[in-house]
Design a protein around this ligand. Structure first.
Ligand code: NAD
Length: 498
């Protein structure tokens, strides 16, 4: 059995005494590796390595950082296929989808390549006689990223390119379910000549996470994962005086207005609900059909859902792979059964699907459920699987009210041909990312990504301009170079401009 370890100080590190956790191949349903889970000593070693590296990296020139970022971008870009296979084998998503996630992560690296422009400060000449004032931003020190299983490359890349570009050193604690891509990225940083200790990977579970949250030399924490853990991470890190952004789970709604283009909408809904087996934080899991479009829409959505080709991520004809674990498969199928028992209508049923040649894999087929109400478990839970629940309402106001009553606020979409409905929707809905005839409104890297309410704890959204602010702190300098002509003398009263 392969053993997966850590990356500290620019090299692979293993610890034969550590606890281990299984890493599965979800397509085959077999264990493929043992992951070493960090103990306290290993976490401390990673923080020491990152602290030591910060002494020089925090002082490195913008030109040096930019050169390394460009080099890293080229290396990742030339090895997308290799990364995609590693992702697919541990996560299960189809290879084309895995390539897409690397591409979206690379966009953040490309954004970070512009760090000299992004870190330009502000300067005010002659704020008083002979006095100038300028402000600029400096790195924080050692920063930590704790990431979920569903995007093992893209989500870490929302964080570390900007953290490193702004002069911090970084410790990544990836998901224990698909940890290998993080080590491949570490090797790529080394090839790009990033100094040892600037990027580190600590594999582990709650023990490692809590040790990082409690460590006095960790300055900031970026977290992406489920809401209960995000909430706990935020409280603990804040109590320890750290800067923290903690992105949580989601229940993303899509309003379908009677004037929407039915074929266009059905195609996009199916892709947004079942792409990556519904394991995207921006997946559409609740369709809110307004008026009489519900029945024809669901007929077409059901037809398309039945046609989705489910199979191993490595099979190039597959459109949708397995879910992450057997427990996840069981949880999703149980929720579908509960929905049925609570009175919803299962129009397309993904329970019990078998993929020939992959009988032990963790598959759930696309599932479409109609007549869901807001008190049902399929609505109140973040299913994180290929399940599209449909709620029927009579007006756009009722739809907006329903979305605003939901505790999550990550992404939401409207399908319509009415500018008036779209404008009302984007202005009135309490959600961080809005799509208008765009099913998965993930902002580009040069904007910031983040939800509202229970989908994000903390003040900063992630990547883009807010990422630069998150990983830096402001300094304002007031300077005077006295000359006899300009010297006005000291005063005991509070200084004012003259
Ligand atoms: P998760 O919360 O189980 O795990 C996320 C990270 O937290 C992992 O690194 C894990 O090891 C760690 N962790 C788990 N339990 C912990 C504990 N008790 N104490 C400390 N650390 C712990 O999430 P997941 O199942 O890996 O990912 C799926 C979730 O992530 C979904 O809820 C999804 O919506 C969310 N997600 C959100 C976004 C977003 O941008 N808002 C993006 C991707 C995923």
């Amino acid at each position: 059995m392969k053993t997966i370890g850590h990356w500290i100080g620019g090299q692979h590190v293993t610890d034969v005494t550590s606890r281990v956790s299984p890493v599965w191949n979800p397509a085959k349903g077999v264990q493929q590796a043992d992951l070493q889970l960090a103990n306290l000593d290993l976490v401390n070693a990673a923080v020491t390595s990152a602290s030591n590296a910060f002494v020089s990296w925090g002082q490195s020139s913008l030109s040096q950082r930019t050169k390394i970022l460009f080099e890293f971008r080229e290396i990742v870009n030339s090895r997308i296929d290799e990364l995609a296979l590693v992702i697919s084998d541990e996560h299960g998503k189809v290879v084309s989808d895995a390539k897409g996630e690397v591409q979206r992560g690379l966009e953040v690296v490309e954004f970070a390549c512009g760090i000299p422009t992004l870190l330009k400060g502000e300067y005010s000449d002659q704020v008083s006689g002979g006095v100038d004032l300028f402000s600029y931003r400096q790195p924080l020190g050692v920063v930590v990223g704790i990431t979920p299983f569903n995007f093992p490359v893209m989500v870490p890349m929302w964080m570390f390119p900007i953290a490193i570009a702004t002069g911090n050193t970084f410790i990544l604690k990836p998901s224990e379910r698909d940890p290998s891509a993080s080590l491949l990225l570490a090797e790529m940083w080394k090839l790009a000549e990033l100094p040892d200790g600037v990027f580190n990977v600590v594999q582990g579970d709650a023990l490692a996470v809590n040790a990082l949250l409690d460590h006095p030399d960790v300055a900031a924490v970026s977290f992406v994962g489920s809401t209960p853990i995000a909430r706990a991470i935020h409280s603990r890190a804040v109590a320890n005086g750290k800067r923290v952004q903690a992105l949580g789970g989601a229940k993303n709604h899509s309003i379908i207005m009677p004037d929407a283009d039915l074929e266009f909408t059905a195609n996009h809904l199916v892709a947004a609900a079942f792409g990556s087996a519904g394991e995207r934080c921006m997946a559409i899991s609740a369709a809110v059909a307004v008026g009489d479009i519900a029945t024809p829409l669901l007929e077409r959505v059901s037809e398309l859902a039945r046609a989705v080709k489910v199979g191993s991520g490595r099979d190039l004809s597959s459109e949708m792979g397995p879910v992450i674990t057997r427990e996840s498969q069981q949880r999703i199928t149980d929720l579908i059964s509960t929905g049925e028992a609570q009175g919803a209508d299962v129009l397309v049923d993904g329970r019990g699907i078998v993929v020939p040649g992959f009988e032990e894999g963790f598959y759930v087929g696309p599932t479409v459920i109609d007549n869901v109400t807001t008190n049902m478990d399929v609505y109140t839970h973040e299913i994180f699987g290929p399940v599209l629940s449909t709620l029927r309402v009579q007006s756009v106001d009722e739809a907006i009210e329903l979305i605003n009553a939901n505790p999550y606020g990550n992404g939401t979409t409207i399908f319509t041909s009415s500018g008036e409905s779209a404008r009302r929707f984007h202005r009135e809905v309490h959600v961080g990312m809005i799509g208008i005839n765009v099913p998965i409104p993930v902002p580009m890297a040069y904007h910031s990504f983040g939800g509202w309410k229970d989908s994000l704890f903390g003040d900063h959204h992630i990547h883009g301009p807010e990422g630069v602010r998150f990983y830096t702190r402001a300094k304002a300098v007031t300077q005077r170079w006295p000359t006899p002509q300009l010297e006005s003398g000291a005063t005991f009263s509070f200084p004012i401009s003259r």
